[in-house]
Write a protein that binds this ligand. Structure first.
Ligand code: CP
Length: 318
C-alpha cells in the first residue's frame, strides 16, 4: 500500500493536518448520511488486548457508519496471544484480512512494534500508561466544538495525573496551541510527571499545581476530570486511599463559571457525582459522540479517502 501512515501519537499529525481532520469530523456531524458508503468494501480489525467499552465500540461504529465491516477480538484470551503469538506476527496475519487496524495493548509501544511490521494503517487505541491518541483527538475536537477554538483558555486537569495516559497525551497536544494555561489538580502521590512540568517550563507555558479542586474552580474554562487508574497501581492500599480523593458534586459546581465545560475520557467511577450529569456544563457524554465523528474522520484520512468528500468547502482544502 502506498502512503502508508499510522497513528501512534497525536503528534504524528501537524496542527494543520489535525485542523483538516477536525473539519471533516465537523462535516460528518452535520452530514452523517453523506458518509454512509465511503468505506464500502473496507474492513477494520479491532485488536484489543485490554478492556474497553468506548474506544473499541466507537471504532467499530465508525467503520460501520462509513459502510465498512469490522472483525477483531475484545480480549487477548480469545486470540492466539493466549498461545504465545507475538504482536508482530498477529499484525502480519491481520494485514492479510483487513484494510486498517485499531490496537489496544497493556504494554507501552506494542502498537508501534505492530506498525513496523504492518502492511495496513495501525491506530494506537491505547498502550499501557503511554499514549491514547484517539482519545486526544476526541478531546481536541470536543474543545474546539464547545469552546469554539483550540486556544485562549484555562484548563484544569484533575485526578490521576501520574498514570492517566489521556492526560499526558492531551497536554502534549495542547502545548502546540496559543494562550493555554494549565492547572494540575492532584494529590501529591498522583502529580503530573516531572518531564511534563519541565517541558512546560522550558516552553514558557503557564501552569500551576494544586491539591484542592474548590480553590481553582472559578478560574477554569474547562475541567478535565480523570479516574484513579486502579489497573496501574502496584499497591491496593494506595489505590483505596486515593480513589475517592476528588468527587465533583453540585456544591463544587456552584463555584464554576456558567460557561465552563466538564470533560472526562470515561469510564467514570466516583469522581463525578451522577447529580452533575444534569448540569448543562457536563459535556462528557457529548465528548463520546465527538469521539465517533473524529474516528470516522481518522479512518478516512488513514485510508486516503478524504478526497471523496462531498462538501465543497472541504474539497477546496484537499
Ligand atoms: N476513554 C476510553 O478509552 O474508554 P474505554 O477504556 O472504555 O475504551
Amino acid at each position: 500500500m502506498s502512503n502508508l501512515r499510522h497513528l501512534m501519537s497525536p503528534m504524528d499529525f501537524t496542527v494543520e493536518e489535525l485542523e483538516q481532520m477536525f473539519d471533516v469530523a465537523a462535516d460528518i456531524e452535520k452530514n452523517m448520511d453523506a458518509y454512509a458508503h465511503k468505506c464500502d468494501g473496507k474492513i477494520m480489525a479491532t485488536c484489543f488486548y485490554e478492556p474497553s467499552t468506548r474506544t473499541r465500540l466507537s471504532f467499530e461504529t465508525a467503520m460501520l457508519r462509513l459502510g465498512g465491516k469490522v472483525i477483531g477480538f475484545a480480549d487477548a484470551t480469545s486470540s492466539s496471544a493466549a498461545k504465545g503469538e507475538s504482536v508482530s506476527d498477529t499484525i502480519r496475519v491481520i494485514s492479510c484480512f483487513a484494510d486498517i487496524c485499531a490496537m489496544r495493548h497493556p504494554k507501552e509501544g506494542a502498537p508501534m512494534v505492530a506498525a513496523t511490521k504492518s502492511e495496513i494503517p495501525v491506530i494506537n487505541a491505547g498502550d499501557g500508561g503511554h499514549q491514547h491518541p484517539t482519545q486526544t483527538l476526541t478531546d481536541l475536537l470536543t474543545i474546539r466544538s464547545l469552546h469554539g477554538k483550540l486556544g485562549d483558555f484555562t484548563i484544569g486537569l484533575c485526578g490521576d495525573l501520574k498514570f492517566g495516559r489521556t492526560v499526558h497525551s492531551l497536554i502534549n497536544a495542547l502545548v502546540r496551541y496559543e494562550n493555554i494555561k494549565f492547572i494540575f489538580i492532584s494529590p501529591p502521590e498522583l502529580k503530573v510527571p516531572d518531564y511534563i512540568t519541565e517541558m512546560l517550563a522550558a516552553r514558557g507555558i503557564e501552569y500551576k499545581e494544586v491539591i484542592k479542586l474548590e480553590d481553582v474552580m472559578p478560574e477554569l474554562d474547562l475541567l478535565y476530570m480523570t479516574r484513579v487508574q486502579k489497573e496501574r497501581f502496584f499497591n491496593e492500599e494506595d489505590y483505596i486511599r486515593l480513589k475517592n480523593f476528588y468527587v465533583l458534586d453540585k456544591a463544587k459546581m456552584e463555584k464554576a463559571k456558567e460557561t465552563m465545560h466538564i470533560l472526562h475520557p470515561l469510564p467514570r467511577v466516583n469522581e463525578i457525582s451522577v447529580e452533575v450529569d444534569a448540569d448543562p456544563r457536563a459535556s462528557y457524554f457529548k465528548q463520546v459522540q465527538y469521539g465517533l465523528y473524529v474516528r470516522m474522520a481518522l479512518i478516512l484520512t488513514l485510508l486516503n479517502m478524504t478526497d471523496a468528500h462531498v462538501n465543497e468547502g472541504l474539497l477546496k482544502k484537499y
